[in-house]
Design a protein around this ligand. Structure first.
Ligand code: SPV
Ligand code: MG
Length: 434
């Protein structure tokens, strides 16, 4: 067979292209006709953070490279399906995957290619440019509000469950942005998104969680977080305030690049939902709350911005049936997702709700906040139909005992050296913020 009739396969995930990528594609094209298997968001989410650009934008860029003849979807990190379907003579890849999370993928590619005499060609990876360095640059440069905003919908499509952690400060935002773990079973783990919590925003300012901290101060605080991160944000707006003001809140949030607003169906002076005593707190009527949802929906500029309707029926001792009838109504009014809250230690009532809600013709993705039923695993949440899990207050709660212990230790010892081993070295702090 002439060189040009040979089939060459290259899998691709990145969006910020550099010399290393072009070296691979050039080599591939010198061997024959190049088909690029472009990894979908779903495939990428299994081993690293979603790229900056979505599939369609990445496809457009790759299709227009002169070394590429054809682009097809690769929907898993594993190459098997595409390789078996196009039976390439060659697969070309950088040699950087010999180690790390793609090690087994590589072994499998070699094994499959062997069954029809295909070969893996590896190119020495461009050492000066790596994906991580590119990612660092992106954080340094920042992201755009539109790109950040669209990420939540992409994550909902790409992931089994979207993992959200509370951020109340730029520093806590940086932890969420940077923490990446590969566990013992070689699964890539990270938080996908941040929760801007009314409870922790209030606690940070030493005020009760009853809207004493106004929306403007909360958005100011959020700006600090947005300045040093690229991950999406869900904003807890309590009950969204007066219907007349909702459009300004939605517009401010959307302009900042927030992906979703959560609005709860309570009225009057609010109390935190986890307070045992909910006396004096009442739930909005279905009709009035649907009008609020419609007002929020009509104020958003792009479809990427999501309205999350939060149902407080179970918090207020009402039935699962009440919650379900509200979910149906809120969904029809335009809610893009339903947050069902509970303050029970067990997830029983939440799962009674979710198991019925997934069957509804008005179904929208489910958000859960397992603060009290914290023994429940993500696996159980996924099994019961939950799409977004919010760990709503944990970073703030973690910092408090540590600050108290440090203050006490200095006071008791009248010097600071006894606490030094337990707190972050100054050098590490300086590296973090430089
Ligand atoms: C928050 O984090 O502010 C919430 C969740 O609204 S909860 O505290 O459970 O009400
Ligand atoms: Mg709240």
């Amino acid at each position: 067979m002439k060189k040009n009739n040979k089939i060459v396969y290259v899998a691709f995930a990145d969006d910020i292209l550099h010399k290393g990528h072009f070296n691979i594609l050039k080599k591939a094209s010198s061997l024959g006709k190049v088909t690029v298997g472009l990894l979908t968001d779903k495939a990428i989410a299994t081993y690293r953070t979603l790229p900056y650009k979505d599939y369609k934008q990445r496809e457009l860029a790759i299709k227009n490279i002169k070394y590429v003849n054809n682009v097809i979807e690769q929907d898993t990190l594993d190459y098997s399906k595409n390789l078996k379907s196009i039976k390439p003579h060659f697969v070309v890849h950088g040699d950087d995957w010999k180690k790390g999370i793609q090690k087994n993928t590589r072994k499998n590619v070699i094994k499959i290619l062997k069954s029809w005499g295909g070969k893996l060609i590896e190119i020495p990876y461009e050492k000066n440019i790596s994906h991580l360095k590119v990612k660092e640059k992106i954080i340094e440069t920042g992201t755009t509000p539109d790109i950040r905003k669209s990420k939540l919908k992409r994550l909902i499509k790409a992931k089994k469950i979207v993992r959200v952690l509370e951020s109340h400060s730029a520093l806590s935002g940086l932890i969420i942005e940077n923490l990446k773990i590969i566990n013992k079973s070689k699964t890539f783990l990270e938080f996908d998104c941040m929760w801007s919590s009314s409870l922790t925003d209030s606690t940070l300012r030493g005020k009760p969680d009853n809207q004493s901290v106004d929306i403007s101060s909360r958005i100011d605080g959020l700006t600090d977080i947005l300045e040093v991160t690229t991950k999406p944000v869900i904003f807890d707006s309590d009950n969204g305030g007066r219907i007349e003001h909702i459009k300004y809140t939605v517009k401010s949030l959307e302009r900042s690049g927030v992906s979703a607003i959560a609005i709860e169906d309570k009225k009057g002076l609010k109390k935190n939902s986890l307070f045992k005593n909910q006396k004096g707190v009442s739930q909005d009527s279905i009709k009035d709350f649907c009008n609020k949802i419609k007002a929020a929906k009509n104020s958003r500029i792009s479809d990427d911005f999501m309205i999350i309707a939060r149902i407080e029926s179970l918090i207020l001792g009402k039935s699962v049936a009440d919650a379900l009838s509200r979910a149906n109504a809120y969904s029809k009014a335009g809610a893009d997702a339903i947050l069902i809250h509970s303050k029970k230690k067990s997830p029983t009532e939440i799962f009674q709700f979710t198991r019925q809600w997934v069957k509804s013709k008005n179904f929208k993705p489910i958000v859960a906040v397992p603060s009290t039923y914290s023994k429940t695993t993500e696996k159980e949440l996924i099994k019961n139909g939950v799409k977004i899990v919010i760990y709503a207050n944990h970073l703030l709660r973690a910092s408090y005992p540590s600050m108290v212990e440090t203050a006490k230790t200095i006071l008791l010892n009248q010097r600071s050296s006894p606490i030094e081993k337990k707190i972050t070295p100054i050098k590490e702090i300086l590296t973090l913020i430089n």
